[in-house]
Design a protein. Structure first.
Length: 680
């Protein structure tokens, strides 16, 4: 991926998901810097407006500077502020009205237009007190509120920017006998690049030479570095350790894993949760509530104080200002942006916010076995020596015999010996026994790795220990092979689909939360039960055909359970789509990922428990913010209308704007506290 492709996922271009998503002219399309500049200049223009305002001077009992024509200074500066700082709100209102969805911008525009019209009328001779100083402070405070709002939203979208920064602009391409530095955009599939110690991997590829530990934490959320050797896959954006690697390019541009992750994050940030849809409806209704309250306020105060139009108009403007759903518009989108970013940093990629929201209510998690709880590849489950031969000796000798084999069983045995750090002797005269095993000479010993069929053919006798072990592991679905020297069986090796080291921790974490855990597999009941016993699962659905997996999920849902399905294969896609929350393991197929609402960038099932933690924390923050936002309006509108006037409590428009902005700040600050959440 070249650096220029980052612009497709520029955080500034991702929808905030606010109540104004449908309006291309609303403030959410602006850079926070625009509102910052407008705020500071408007603030500078507000100062002389306040100084020369005769209305403010009379209220405060002060005698400010006055000279012929000074009474027009507030009007001049007030109009300038309206044109410079207020037109952005009017443009937003026009966009909302064109979309037939009046909201925050319409309310703000009504307030400042009413204040402007009345103040102009007073300035040209209408009896009363002008609003120039309140108009100026109102617009200035509104600009401050929007600057804070957009800064908070843009800050929450930093996940995309941080991901983009992972990619280097240049790469060291191997060309013949020398290495040359080229732009990453010039690399093509099949090229070979040199990844030096400490450098970032520029593309997705396969290691063809070298060994190193690679840090993939910012992509998968896993803190431990991953050992990479010849044949290992590496991901663009990961950080190389102390070894040099030569990598053959397998994917470039938008096909890389990092590009896919960035797209998922961008899609999630533009989607809406159920709480957001509720907030949208509330904000839309708030416009009509505010308009109705303003009309009632106008009528009531005209009847009560018909001789004081300035006071009446001040109440109407205050109602319109304080009803602006700033806090409500920010309450859910900001929490969603932050939770999406937290998830991305921890390898939890939210494709759809409703899936994240629904995860908090999950009663049961169903794991597919192969590739999810297990690695999907054979590994050595047990090594048992006999006749005085130790387990390690059996494994070392078996690895020597299999060192030239390309069979998965041979590779698994050799890999296990290497992981245990065993010394493996060199074998000669290797030969494959069709359908029976392999044989080779190790030192002066003639050794054979064979199946039970060979034991039967040669009438070889097993020790009681080996008989018991072979029955136990065979019942669990393991493949059993034996190490034979002459007519003596030296030991047994059991190979099975390797259980992920993290699977038991993942199951334990879910059970601790009170979530039921089950396993779904197409294997036999014996195999399913054996794997389940290794990870602590007691509910197993075995011998389930691919087409029946979705039916199992449906039957669980019919019992009233909210079910999450975790899988990685093509045959998991229908079940992922049927589940209340589909969770795809990131190492799985594209079909599985497309069918899921959540994607785990790593293949670590522990991320499922982390997802539930994130979902519940996100929901709590959304509820808290909705309480602050709606509670503020429920109290603020009556006070602005003057219901507490008898008690000496009045909210002038400027103070109403301060309270409105304060509620926005409270909601933004509360959302930021979500960043303190620890998922692991």
């Amino acid at each position: 991926m070249d650096h220029d492709t980052h612009t497709m996922h520029d955080p500034a271009e991702v929808s905030t998901g606010s109540t104004h998503d449908h309006h291309d002219g609303d403030h959410s399309a602006h850079d926070p810097a625009i509102f910052r500049r407008k705020f500071w200049l408007s603030l500078a223009l507000t100062v002389p407006t306040l100084v020369f305002s005769t209305g403010l001077q009379d209220i405060l009992g002060l005698s400010g500077p006055r000279f012929p024509g000074s009474q027009f200074i507030p009007a001049a500066f007030g109009i300038a502020i309206f044109v410079y700082g207020g037109l952005v709100f009017l443009r937003g209102a026009m966009s909302e009205l064109r979309g037939r969805q009046p909201g925050m911008m319409t309310l703000i525009s009504l307030a400042i237009v009413v204040a402007l019209g009345y103040s102009l009328a007073v300035t040209v001779g209408l009896p009363g007190m002008d609003f120039w100083w309140e108009l100026a402070t109102l617009i200035t405070i509104m600009l401050l509120g929007h600057w804070i709002e957009m800064s908070a939203v843009m800050g929450a979208q930093d996940a995309l920017g941080e991901l983009a920064k992972l990619l280097p602009d240049q790469a060291d391409m191997v060309h013949g006998d020398h290495v040359m530095t080229v732009a990453v955009s010039r690399l093509a599939v099949g090229d070979v690049v040199l990844v030096r110690p400490g450098a970032s991997v520029p593309v997705d590829g396969e290691v063809i030479d070298g060994e190193s530990d690679v840090d993939e934490a910012l992509l998968t959320g896993e803190s431990a570095a991953v050992r990479k050797t010849v044949g290992s896959a590496v991901i663009a954006g990961s950080s190389n350790g102390s070894g040099a690697l030569r990598v053959r390019v397998t994917k470039t541009g938008d096909a890389t894993a990092l590009a896919g992750i960035m797209k998922l994050v961008a899609d999630a940030q533009s989607s809406k949760s159920g709480a957001q849809l509720l907030a949208d409806r509330a904000a839309a209704w708030l416009f009509y509530v505010a308009l109705g309250a303003a009309v009632l306020t106008l009528v009531a105060w005209l009847l009560i104080r018909p001789g004081d139009p300035a006071f009446v108009l001040e109440r109407v403007v205050s109602v319109l200002v304080i009803a602006c759903p700033h806090a409500l518009g920010l309450a859910i989108p900001l929490v969603s942006q932050i939770s999406t970013a937290i998830g991305a940093r921890n390898g939890i990629l939210v494709k759809n916010r409703i899936a994240l929201e629904d995860a908090r209510r999950i009663d049961m998690v169903v794991f597919d076995k192969t590739g999810t709880l297990t690695t999907g590849s054979q590994g050595v489950a047990a090594v048992i020596g006999a006749g005085g031969t130790s387990d390690d000796d059996v494994l070392a000798l078996a690895a020597a015999v299999e060192s030239s084999s390309e069979h998965p069983i041979g590779r698994a045995i050799v890999g296990e010996a290497a992981s245990r750090g065993l010394k493996v002797s060199k074998a000669t005269r290797f030969a494959s026994l069709a359908g029976r095993g392999v044989k080779a000479t190790v030192g002066k010993r003639q050794l054979t790795i064979a199946s039970e069929r060979v034991l039967t053919e040669q009438a070889l006798v097993l020790t009681p220990e080996l008989v018991h072990a072979s029955r136990e592991f065979g019942a669990g679905g393991a493949t059993i092979v034996y190490l034979i020297e002459g007519d003596e069986v030296l030991g047994m090796l059991a190979l099975a689909d390797t259980v992920r080291a993290e699977s038991s921790e993942a199951v334990a974490a879910l059970l601790k939360r009170g979530v039921r855990v089950a396993m779904l597999t197409g294997d036999t009941h014996q195999v399913g039960d054996w794997i389940a016993s290794q990870v602590g699962i007691t509910e197993v659905f075995a011998e389930v055909l691919p087409a029946q997996k979705a039916d199992v999920i449906a039957k669980l849902q019919a019992k009233g359970l909210r079910v999450a399905m975790v899988g990685d294969g093509v045959n998991d896609a229908p079940a992922l789509a049927r589940a209340d929350v589909g969770i795809a393991i990131g190492a799985g197929t594209d079909v599985a990922i497309e069918s899921a609402g959540i994607v785990l960038a790593s293949s670590n099932p522990r991320a499922v428990a982390a997802l539930l933690t994130l979902s519940r924390a996100t929901w709590r923050k959304e509820l808290q913010n909705l309480f602050w936002a709606t509670g503020y309006n429920a109290i603020g509108i009556p006070l602005a209308a003057g219901v507490a006037f008898g008690a000496g409590i009045l909210l002038p428009p400027a103070l109403a704007a301060v309270f409105m902005s304060a509620s926005t700040i409270i909601v933004a600050a509360n959302a930021q506290l979500l960043r303190l959440l620890k998922l692991r």
